[in-house]
Design a protein around this ligand. Structure first.
Ligand SMILES: C[S@@+](CC[C@H](N)C(=O)[O-])C[C@H]1O[C@@H](n2cnc3c(N)ncnc32)[C@H](O)[C@@H]1O
Length: 331
């Protein structure tokens, strides 16, 4: 092997080692968020004053805070700390833009990802799968954050102004229905979800002032009826939780719920044919392996085939900027 090949192998190995150790950086942030450390830091705080506020050990807290300095989340001068603008805006629980609830969902994912080896052996999730009330709040907070970032992009790509009557299956916080209803004053939407989540959705819908057009229906999308007469059935971040047979069954229910000419829209990670890209979606498949019985990230080809066999026509993919895309079929 010549010198150039040896150098490039070494570079590749170094990058692999950095990825293998990336959990250290991740864990430091997750622990700081879990302890709500950022909220306890004021301009000029010492590590021991922060430790006192959050009930932790002063020496260990200083070690953690020094790492947060290297990550650009805290500043340090002498032995005094302060928040950086990013930490102040997003990581304190008192900020109006706080992402702490949403990051608490990632704290929970740490536990399920720790079972990955066992899940790969078993072929399915071996982690605890029922969320308690606090975990449900964190999960839906994370979904809500995503939806507020993505909904206007999705609405623009779909041409949301064409629709009048939408069923938002597994609609979560209602974030998509709320944004779509704001962008299209003629749209009515039903957010269909499980009981504990519909309570959260009601809160968001009321706060957004669209309760006259966005309603909530509690139910299980596997077993409860959808109703009918919709011109849009929206499945956002739903198909990845299911196995192929469950998705075929959902598509049949969606078909029956649509009026002729209505659209089923799938919004999700859409993989290439050999399931090696885009990377975010490929990694997300493992998130479904550790957290669900049969979930996965599916390819464009799989979605198109399921829609075709259900009876949909004009089956098309609508790429979006960012990690996720749309697949649409018309009844
Ligand atoms: C990943 S979240 C997506 C939420 C929302 N569609 C979005 O994109 O923000 C999945 C949603 O499906 C709901 N869900 C899961 N299983 C369900 C079921 N069997 N019946 C109804 N809703 C379900 C969850 O409660 C959650 O709100």
């Amino acid at each position: 092997m010549d010198d150039t090949n040896i150098t490039s192998l070494k570079t590749g190995f170094d990058a692999t080692m950095a990825t293998a150790r990336a959990f250290m950086e991740s864990r430091a942030i997750l622990t700081a968020v879990e302890l709500d450390l950022f909220t306890a830091v004021c301009e000029g705080s010492s590590a021991s004053s922060v430790a006192h506020k959050i009930g932790t050990d002063p020496r260990a807290t200083e070690m953690l805070m020094n790492v947060l300095v290297t990550q650009g989340l805290l500043k340090k001068a002498e032995d005094r700390y302060a928040l950086t603008p990013v930490a102040e805006k997003y990581l304190t629980s008192t900020s109006p833009d706080s992402a702490r609830d949403a990051i608490m969902h990632t704290v929970g994912l740490w536990n399920s990802w720790s079972t990955l080896t066992a899940a790969v052996r078993a072929g399915t999730s071996v982690a605890k799968r029922r969320r308690n009330a606090e975990e449900t709040e964190a999960f839906i907070a994370a979904m809500h954050r995503n939806s507020l970032e993505r909904a206007s992009v999705v609405a623009g790509a779909l041409g949301i102004a064409r629709y009048r009557n939408m069923l938002d299956v597994g609609g979560g916080s209602g974030g998509y229905s709320i944004t779509f209803a704001r962008m299209n004053p003629a749209l009515r939407s039903v957010v269909f979800d499980l009981g504990p989540v519909t309570r959260i959705a009601r809160r968001h819908i009321k706060d957004a002032g669209v309760a006259d057009r966005v309603s909530v229906k509690r139910g299980d999308f596997h077993s409860d009826p959808f109703g009918n007469g919709f011109d849009l059935v929206f499945l956002s971040a739903i198909c990845h939780m299911n196995g192929p047979e469950e998705n075929r069954s959902l598509f049949r229910k969606a078909f029956a719920a649509l009026q002729p000419g209505g659209d089923l829209v799938i919004h999700d990670h859409i993989l290439n044919a050999d399931k090696t890209a885009p990377k975010a979606g490929v990694l997300f498949a493992l998130n479904m392996l550790v957290n669900t019985a049969a979930g996965n990230s599916y390819s464009e080809e799989e979605y198109h085939a399921w829609l075709k066999e259900t009876g949909f026509s004009r089956i098309r993919s609508v790429p979006l900027p960012g990690a996720t895309g749309l697949v649409v079929g018309t009844r």
